[in-house]
Design a protein around this ligand. Structure first.
Ligand code: ZN
Ligand code: ZN
Length: 437
């Protein structure tokens, strides 16, 4: 069966205040077509206790909301957290590497809390910092976490963002430089919003690893939950089967943002930085300013994902950098434009969370069942089903996206890329200094 998982979120739990409602998440999951969702921050003791009161195990390792009815009863939750492993790296200084952890049940999560306590990790934050001396120590700590239960997963998170293992912050050239010997035990990495299977296919080190994709969301909003996800093939729902599918690469496809929509795709500086005022600038790899220095403020630019991927591809060997954009990915990645954004673009509004876009979202999903199923329709079907239910411009936007007739003005330095319908904006040739109006 096809089973859709989104295994990375954050509860917003810090110092006793949770911001995310699992019932709200469950309703959004039903609209988006997500079967199982990572609870986020499951090693935060107060949140873990709350989770224990909210959830009960329904299938092995999969939890449902206690006493829920209707669509809320269908949602399944997996014990999940993200930790930041900090360690000294060869390029100097200490790197903080975001790493996803999955646990098969409450008992295993509680054992994780005990380990972190023994390492004197501060647990008040939802996403704890685990201080490690060096790669050897990272390997030892990851092995200890994995030893809690054979089904515990340790997965490098959003590998290409600045806080990911391959990101621009204290850059390294291989998984082993951060994870030491444990790099060999890693069976999967998370693509993150900034990369996808086609881009990561340029990195030989990832050849044997499964690629998964998750939303990394911090809220139950429609344009957050399941904005990226992984469609697995499993015989029956259970945590164990999810883990097996990930380890054996039984992935039907990952649903991905266009990498250019990610917040760190090109190299640049966002507006509002010291010395910038309203000016922002961004550059493609073929147009970098001398020394990678910002012409506005003179400081080093925040290196983009595209530059990092091309660099890593070169140093990891295999001569794949020239295949950018033409490598058939070894794992299917479907590029999706988030429906809320498509509707906003069709309406000519900038906000994807506006009331009108939300009302149209409900209408579309009522018609198709879930957002994921909308994109299974052909362009002709979309035209037929939504005329005259939706304004013509909105139907046109849906059809354009289904046809692939869209692109993104690339994101950079924390700014998301912007959806452009009916335009093909390439990744190269950009050297832009924009003064905001
Ligand atoms: Zn993260
Ligand atoms: Zn600057």
């Amino acid at each position: 069966m096809r089973y859709i998982v989104d295994l990375h979120s954050h509860s917003g739990y810090a110092g006793g205040v949770g911001n995310i409602s699992l019932a709200g998440v469950a309703r959004t999951m039903a609209l988006k077509g997500i079967d199982a969702f990572g609870v986020g921050d499951c090693l935060q003791p107060a949140w873990l206790e709350k989770l224990a009161s909210l959830l009960e195990e329904r299938e092995p390792g999969l939890h449902a909301l206690r006493g829920a009815e209707g669509v809320e009863a269908k949602a399944r939750f997996v014990m999940q957290t993200e930790v930041i492993l900090t360690s000294a790296v060869a390029s100097g200084g200490r790197k903080g590497t975001h790493t996803l952890l999955l646990f098969p049940n409450f008992r295993a999560a509680m054992a994780g809390v005990d380990l972190l306590r023994r390492w004197e990790v501060k647990l008040a934050m939802g996403r704890p910092f685990v201080k490690c001396r060096d790669a050897g120590d990272v390997a030892e700590k990851c092995s200890s976490l994995a030893a809690i239960d054979p089904a515990v997963m340790v997965i490098p998170a959003h590998v290409m963002t600045p806080q990911g293992v391959f990101g621009s912050d204290h850059p390294v050239d291989s998984l082993a430089e951060v994870y030491g010997e444990f790099a060999r035990e890693i069976t999967a990495v998370e693509t993150g919003l900034s990369s996808d299977p086609a881009l990561l296919a340029l990195l030989p080190e990832l050849d044997g690893k499964t690629l998964i994709s998750n939303s990394d969301c911090h809220s139950e909003a429609l344009n957050r939950v399941g904005r990226e996800f992984t469609a697995l093939e499993i015989p029956r729902p259970s945590y164990e089967e999810i883990v097996l599918a990930i380890r054996k690469r039984r992935v039907r496809y990952t649903a991905e943002f266009d990498p250019a929509e990610g917040r760190y795709f090109l190299t640049g500086h966002r507006a509002g930085l010291a010395g910038h005022g309203a000016a922002a600038c961004w550059y493609s790899p073929d147009c970098l300013p001398p020394g990678g220095l910002c012409p506005v403020c003179g400081k080093p630019l925040t290196l983009g994902v595209l530059d990092r991927v091309l660099h890593l591809s070169k140093v990891q060997g295999g001569g794949r950098a020239r295949q950018l954009g033409q490598t058939p990915p070894r794992q299917e990645g479907r590029t999706l434009a988030p429906l809320t954004e498509v509707l906003a673009a069709g309406l000519g509004t900038r906000s994807a969370s506006g009331r009108k876009a939300a009302a149209f979202f409900d209408l579309v999903v009522k018609e198709t069942g879930t957002e994921a199923e909308l994109w299974d329709l052909s362009p002709a079907d979309i035209l037929a089903r939504f005329t005259p239910l939706l304004p013509e411009k909105v139907v046109d936007a849906l059809v354009q996206v289904r046809r692939g007739d869209f692109s993104f003005q690339p994101g950079y330095d924390g700014e998301y890329g912007r959806l452009r319908l009916g335009e093909k904006i390439g990744w190269f040739g950009h050297a832009v200094v924009e003064k905001a109006p």
